[in-house]
Design a protein. Structure first.
Length: 319
């Protein structure tokens, strides 16, 4: 049976470890090379996530044997590397060619990663043709269409998130992503995939701790915009991957997945008339209320479906 107390301990452990590792490292690295500070930030996030996953019993297995293993061992580390590369730039004041070339390389790496996420998670599954086992549950053109659609959705979400971050909405967006990760974990568990839902808890705690550490360290050392973009990129990719796993290896519906994945982008609501004329505090409340409302609706309907399945079982056991 699921143990909510254990999930809470894992979330708090990831939150605390991530906060301490990143806060201390950012204070210590404030006067050093920016790229080195970003690398230390990435290491701090990894150190923060590790205790949470250990508490939940996730083991490091190579080669990975299922989609969750591939997410933790391949996709998540690759996402961190891609976001790290994306924040490294050659100064454009004197070396214009080098700046353009570095930007092109970063964009190429990001594009290749986005296209490959769904395929990596699907590896050796019934959604891909297998000559050896003569299985072809999905025609190749359908599988290709789904993979292409997923890659396009992830690309648009990342672009939308980065634009919001540049508009100064990174704090609200990060909070919305944490809320979405928590909702992903809960609805995946309600759908019957307990371990898939549990995987979202340390991520939510670690990202929340990292964001808080950045905010507190920024008050002492100045804002670290690139770190915030790094964290948002990781969060969007992790949210996409967990929802992809829940949809194709759990019992989440496409409606559930789209509602949760797109909910953080309700932060755009405050950027349009008439809300853009409000104060920053009111706009933040509007953003958080919009995200929370969508997630609560999804959770409510998923809970209703869960209870409809459980009531006959409870009635049978009491007879």
């Amino acid at each position: 049976m699921p143990d909510p107390f254990q999930y809470m301990i894992a979330l708090l452990a990831a939150f605390t470890a991530s906060f301490l590792a990143i806060f201390i490292s950012q204070l210590a690295m404030r006067a050093t090379i920016p790229s080195l500070a970003r690398f230390v930030f990435m290491v701090g996030l990894v150190l923060g996530l590790w205790p949470g996953y250990r508490i939940l019993g996730f083991a490091s297995r190579w080669p990975p044997v299922n989609a969750l293993d591939r997410f933790l061992m391949i996709v998540l580390p690759a996402a961190m590397i891609v976001e790290f590369i994306g924040t490294v730039r050659v100064p454009d004041d004197q070396h214009n060619f080098l700046f353009r070339f570095s930007s092109f390389c970063a964009a190429t790496v990001r594009f290749a990663f986005i296209v490959s996420v769904g395929r990596v998670l699907w590896h050796d599954s019934v959604y891909l043709s297998s000559v050896e086992s003569n299985t072809n549950d999905w025609p190749p053109f359908i599988a290709f269409g789904v993979l292409l659609s997923g890659a396009a959705l992830l690309y648009v979400a990342l672009r939308s998130s980065m634009i919001l971050a540049f508009r100064g909405v990174s704090a609200s967006l990060t909070a919305g992503l944490v809320m979405s990760l928590l909702a992903t974990g809960m609805v995946t568990m309600l759908a019957g995939y307990i371990k898939g839902g549990a995987a979202a808890m340390p991520l939510a705690g670690g990202i929340c701790g990292a964001a808080l550490a950045l905010w507190m360290a920024g008050k002492k050392t100045g804002p670290a915009t690139s770190h915030g973009q790094f964290l948002i990129g990781i969060s969007v990719t992790a949210l996409f991957s967990l929802l992809w796993i829940g949809r194709f290896f759990g019992q989440l519906t496409t409606f559930d997945v789209l509602m949760i994945f797109l909910s953080p982008h309700c932060c755009w609501l405050s950027e349009f008339w008439p809300f853009r004329d409000y104060s920053n505090n009111y706009r933040m409340v509007i953003r958080m209320a919009a995200v929370a409302l969508i997630l609560l609706v999804v959770l409510f309907f998923k809970w209703q479906q869960f209870m409809q399945k459980m009531i006959p079982l409870i009635a049978f056991q009491t007879e």
